[in-house]
Design a protein around this ligand. Structure first.
Ligand SMILES: [Zn+2]
Length: 898
């Protein structure tokens, strides 16, 4: 239904008499108040399309003053669909001027009643429309009876059947706009509501939502679960999970805790870790925020086929089953679990209690939870290297993406719900989290904390904007943050900092921090950092002085450095407070390469190794030199984080060597050196250590000679053992995949035998990857057919595993042979409704280190096609990476790229 502004204005005058009695100048004077809102309302009509626009959400916010939902849902073990009835107790701000729409994607509507009376409605598969004449007056109970199919792609109400025991499990996942796949309602974050839920479910199931049930009544072979009214929150964090879960219980200082997992996975869950990390986070956050946990209980549900890592549903958080390891976890893996638990919990306050008004501030939710989780770990857990891990993971992700052509400002307009996640990347999570790490250092730790606390107190159960948040921080610190906001939130790009220093008579005569910006984003920023000065003391390279300094502009004189002993290494981001790329001076680079293992602080070694590999990706240092340096120096390293970083970059180097056009004898020699080094490190690592597990992972990534593949096969068969190395099912699949990748020995039989032993869902997904990775055209053709033609026959999780394995770096020839087929499907993927599939499809464009690879991407991008934003971004980044790979190869081959 479309309405012109003129027509609607007529309606406005007949319906809102008070407004029409105003003189024209009075109309002007009241702009911004109800009259202007009424005019705005007249201008918006809703497109017959999926999603929700910001503009329309604004209109609906003007229509609706208050809404609460009573929801009844019936779910069963069998069947394709569930049924429900929702009553939306709705208060309107005034008599409606135009139709009311209720979001409801992909269901069937049996009937609509207003105050008990059946009314006509329209339903287009996206939303239900009720004409205003059926909603006269300010208060109505709007009831909808409906059915809806269960989903298989992990969003809405997802249904999963366990291949091990046939049990069925269900869970919801809604952000940003899938809650309306569970029930028809007004699915926008600023229409917060109370929810009263009742569920009819099979007798042996648990039903989990935002509050604990008050009653379960048995009715034949089903149970009727009745939940009391919840607190008020946005619908994207409402939830309904159900199934015959195994359950554990504990309590965090009075907050009841439960943990749920599928029965067949339960033996691998370590509830002690889960509850310990949960309690430590609660302890930290309640103290830090000075606001008690706002919801009555805290459930954590581990679920299959989950698309993200975890989701902060109010008091019923869901976690990806990937967080359950079927063997012994490394400390890094345990920390990842502690981190995600803390991240979701931080959202209970920041996101759930106080919620963004619209999706343009979603980044702040995520940045905040990312930063807070690391702070909680650093301050109140066994993981005292949380910030090293932040540097290794989150920060590198952010630096990497901030140098891509698709980088963007942290804060961006979001026109509709389809765009809410289009820019969800290393910038929103990583850079956002990193600049929040900078803020307490810049403003003062306690000033920052107090600002956050006041923000939460003032806006509990309400919606907020970025300005509310910055306003509270600025007030608490007594600082105007406008300029900071402009520099950091509204402008893209990564600055580089370098130190320029002179010494006289063994002392520093002058030291400046030089800041530069990329041409495309010429903004220089202000931030606070520490300059670290290092000198040899005995046989150790030690930090002799750390000088805090706030720098701004192109050059900042660090006067406090004058007179200090002339340093052998200067690191301008000591302690990693700043968000900037570090360019080391020549003296420091020379000393670093001589003394890398003499540096006593592991964090400094970590950052220096990272700088070294940055020089490789910037095509300043030839890759073969990095490989030689790493192999000569990393063998004596003992810090696990440095080992993780170096082994990661050796595996990356191995992959690049597959891609480079280069002398093949040299390639063979370098790749063999990497494989041999990984195997040696694996042999000599302490039995059962994380170092051993780390090198095992690297070895399976780089093994390629017959000798190494024989070792891998013998490990799998138990004919070869390494003291302390226990192969868990996931490590076994790593070896089986490797065998298939090289068609080595009994590769096909290895998949069959493993499946016969372990028929779990995860095992089946791994089996798909192990098959798809084979270097055989018939296998590629089969899986491309499944991915591009028959994807309806598969769960999204299965397609993801296949797509991710299809073209490993050494199979460039097979990719070339299939490129036309893949690119040919572009229009279909682009035009179809399969937005969840787009991410999977982008996995089918591997790195291609050739002019042709660059050109191929350009041809698509320049074709004038309007591309799905996610797809367009992936292709632009792919083109850029193809070009940098060419540059790296040129740097190594001793000439510059064309
Ligand atoms: Zn989050």
């Amino acid at each position: 239904m479309n309405r012109s502004g003129k027509f609607a204005l007529g309606v406005l005058c007949s319906a809102v008499l008070a407004a029409c009695s105003l003189e024209p100048n009075q109309l002007q004077a009241t702009a911004g108040t109800s009259t202007a809102q009424a005019l705005a309302e007249s201008a918006v009509a809703r497109d017959n399309a999926p999603g929700l626009s910001e503009q329309y959400a604004k209109l609906r916010k003007q229509q609706i003053a208050q809404v609460d939902y009573k929801l009844s849902v019936t779910i069963a073990k069998t069947g394709e669909a569930f049924s429900g009835r929702v009553i939306a107790d709705t208060q309107f701000r005034r008599n409606l001027l135009q139709p009311l729409t209720i979001d409801f994607a992909g269901g069937e509507v049996q009937g609509v009643q207003v105050d008990g009376k059946t009314v006509p409605f329209e339903y287009n598969g996206h939303f239900i429309t009720i004409a205003p004449e059926h909603l006269k007056g300010r208060k109505h109970a709007i009831a909808v009876d409906y059915t809806h199919a269960y989903s298989t792609n992990g969003s809405g109400l997802h249904r999963f059947q366990d291949p091990v025991d046939g049990e069925v499990y269900m869970y919801t996942d809604f952000e940003p706009y899938d809650a309306n796949r569970l029930f028809p309602h007004f699915d926008q974050p600023n229409l917060k509501a109370h929810y009263t839920l009742d569920v009819t479910a099979p007798k042996d199931w648990s039903v989990i939502s935002s509050v604990r049930e008050k009653n379960i009544a048995q009715k034949g072979d089903v149970n009727h679960w009745v939940f009391p009214q919840s607190k008020k929150f946005s619908s994207y964090i409402f939830s309904l999970h159900a199934g015959p879960f195994t359950q554990w219980e504990d309590d965090a200082d009075g907050i009841p805790l439960r943990l749920f997992a599928r029965k067949s996975l339960a033996q691998y869950v370590k509830p002690n870790d889960w509850f310990t990390f949960t309690k430590q986070s609660f302890e930290f956050f309640q103290k830090y925020f000075e606001v008690d946990y706002p919801f009555v209980k805290y459930d954590q549900v581990i679920v299959p086929d989950f698309n993200a890592g975890a989701m902060e549903n109010v008091a019923a958080v869901t976690f990806n089953e990937g967080y359950v390891s079927r063997g012994e976890k490394t400390q890094a893996q345990r920390m990842r679990l502690a981190n995600v638990i803390a991240h979701e919990m931080a959202h209970m306050w920041f996101g759930d209690l106080v919620t963004m008004n619209w999706w343009d501030d979603l980044w702040l939710n995520e940045s905040f939870a990312t930063y807070m989780a690391n702070l909680a770990l650093a301050e109140n857990s066994e993981f005292n290297d949380a910030w090293e891990n932040f540097y290794l993971g989150t920060k590198q992700w952010a630096y990497g993406e901030d140098q891509l052509p698709t980088t963007h400002a942290i804060q961006l307009p979001v026109k509709n719900t389809d765009e809410a996640f289009a820019n969800f990347d290393g910038i929103t999570y990583g850079k956002g989290g990193s600049i929040l790490k900078q803020l307490p250092y810049y403003l003062g730790k306690e000033e920052f904390r107090k600002g956050v606390s006041n923000y939460l107190k003032d806006l509990s159960y309400k919606n907020s904007t970025l300005d509310d948040f910055m306003g509270h921080l600025g007030k608490s610190a007594g600082k105007d943050l406008d300029q900071w906001q402009q520099q950091w939130l509204y402008k893209a790009g990564l600055n580089t900092i370098a130190v320029n220093f002179q010494c006289e008579d063994g002392k520093i005569a002058s030291l400046t921090i030089e800041q530069s910006a990329p041409e495309e984003y010429p903004v220089l920023r202000e931030q606070r950092t520490q300059v670290g000065l290092y000198n040899m003391a005995g046989d150790k390279m030690v930090l002799s002085k750390a000088i805090p300094v706030t720098y701004a502009g192109a050059s900042t004189d660090v006067t406090a450095a004058k007179g200090e002993a002339c340093p052998q290494i200067v690191y301008p981001n000591e302690g990693d407070w700043a968000f900037a790329k570090v360019n080391l001076d020549k003296v420091s680079v020379d000393n670093m390469s001589k003394h890398i293992n003499d540096i006593d602080k592991p964090f400094t070694r970590l950052m220096l190794w990272q700088s070294l590999f940055d020089s490789v990706t910037d095509a300043k240092l030839p890759l073969d030199e990095f490989v030689s340096f790493a192999i000569s120096n990393a063998g004596v390293e003992t810090d696990i984080n440095v080992i993780r970083l170096v082994s990661r970059y050796l595996a990356t180097s191995y992959s690049f060597l597959n891609q480079f056009q280069m002398d093949s004898a040299k390639r063979t020699r370098l790749q063999l050196a990497i494989e041999t080094f990984a195997w040696e490190q694996l042999q000599k690592a302490p039995a059962g250590s994380d170092t051993q597990k780390t090198w095992f992972g690297t070895f399976t990534g780089v093994a390629h000679t017959d000798k190494a593949l024989a070792n891998a096969r013998n490990l799998l068969r138990g004919e070869l053992t390494i003291d302390g190395l226990k192969l868990d099912p996931d490590m076994r699949w790593g070896l089986i995949t490797l065998q298939n990748q090289h068609l080595y020995s009994d590769y096909a039989q290895a998949i069959k035998s493993e499946l016969a032993k372990d028929n779990s869902d995860r095992s089946q997904l791994n089996a798909i990857a192990a098959e798809a990775i084979r270097p055989q055209q018939e296998i590629k053709a089969k899986w491309l057919e499944n991915l591009l033609q028959n994807r309806d026959e598969f769960k999204l999780a299965q397609l993801k595993y296949a797509a991710g394995a299809l073209f490993p770096t050494e199979q460039g020839g097979l990719y070339d042979a299939n490129a036309e087929r893949i690119i040919g499907a572009l229009d279909d993927v682009n035009s179809s409704d399969a937005s969840e599939f787009v991410g999977t499809y982008t996995r089918l464009f591997p790195l291609s280190c050739s002019e042709k690879g660059v050109q191929q991407m350009s041809e698509i991008l320049n074709s004038g096609k309007s591309l799905n934003p996610l797809l367009e971004k992936a292709l632009k980044n792919r083109r850029f990476r193809n070009q940098s790979c060419l540059n790296m190869a040129a740097a190594m081959n001793g000439h510059s790229a064309g």
